[in-house]
Design a protein around this ligand. Sequence first.
Ligand SMILES: Cc1cc2nc3c(=O)[nH]c(=O)nc-3n(C[C@H](O)[C@H](O)[C@H](O)COP(=O)(O)OP(=O)(O)OC[C@H]3O[C@@H](n4cnc5c(N)ncnc54)[C@H](O)[C@@H]3O)c2cc1C
Ligand code: SF4
Length: 329
Amino acid sequence: MTKDMIAGFELYQPANIEDALDLADRFGKDGWKMAGGHDSLTWFKERAKGPRAVIELTGIEELKGIRETADGIEIGALTTLTEIETDPIIQAKFSILADSARRVASPQIRNAGTIGGNVAQDTRCWYYRGGLNCYRAGGNTCYADTPEGMNREHALFKADRCVAVSPSDTAPALVALEAEMVIRNPDGERVVAAEDFFIGPAIDIERMTVLEPEDILTAIRIPNTWAGATFYFEKVADRNTWDFALVNVASAKVVNGGVIERARVVCAGVECVPKRLNVVEQIVQGEMLNEETAALAGQAAVRGASPLNYNHFKVPLMSNLVKRAILAT
Ligand SMILES: Cc1cc2nc3c(=O)[nH]c(=O)nc-3n(C[C@H](O)[C@H](O)[C@H](O)COP(=O)(O)OP(=O)(O)OC[C@H]3O[C@@H](n4cnc5c(N)ncnc54)[C@H](O)[C@@H]3O)c2cc1C
Ligand code: SF4
């Protein structure tokens, strides 16, 4: 009798970053880095992905914790979402990040799930997660972008063959805060703006971030640029218990005498990457914080949206979330 079991893999548990980098280099595409495992293990359990080697990063102490730096904070990539949600410095200076982490999944998942895994997680498209051979999986069709496709959760903007969206709740907050992602591989270290860390299908349809198989995300740096600003994070999902966002918004504003001096506004659940709303930011800059400005921002936010058969509802949803973000005090 044959049994349906998860395919076997070699498990490596490096205790320092150098050993982890050696392993990532040795196995390349056949090596799977694993942090809290909440995205990884579902792939293995569904039998949709099965690596030859799993490189478990949780034993690497130097990748954990939150430190103050001369110009902000540095968060180790292996820091859990619970630690981010409850950290007093993040709550005081960058509360939007704590608020977004608090809305991820359930307390149990946040206790083990890491910020690195949250930003590097793969998309939740049903078809792809179910193991179908769509464009993103290397095939030659998109099952979601068809007249009958289940595309209620999918993209409004910049689809290119694939209409899947970025699933991470912390990602839009990090883009709003102008965070920087610190990445290491055997050749050294590079630092990428959070805004450029996430990539769409036009750049590479099989990845959601700039991370290559040999890369390890080691830390996330948040500069003091927006420390103590007026923040707003709101996530709308089908359920208030664990569920992925249909649309969310993260914004930072500096307001003086009722005038918006500067703002960053980012939405997720609407594009393959967290969507920075540059036009909205320009429209509100130098304007009074009032209903009129917020209404203009809400209209501008959805300009150019191309809804699919079943996600038209996301257009007014996104527009209203942006309006609320601009009105927040
Ligand atoms: C039931 C359920 C509900 C969920 N709800 C939400 C939700 O509401 N919002 C939300 O944002 N997410 C949600 N998620 C996703 C989950 O929160 C994230 O997947 C989790 O935070 C990932 O963290 P992890 O450490 O467990 O990731 P892992 O599974 O360990 O890793 C995820 C991916 O990131 C890569 N990776 C991890 N760390 C690194 C690193 N340091 N360098 C390079 N690559 C790395 C891994 O190779 C893997 O591809 C949900 C997941 C489940 C199972
Ligand atoms: S939306 Fe993307 S991930 Fe989903 S079926 Fe289409 S190509 Fe695959």
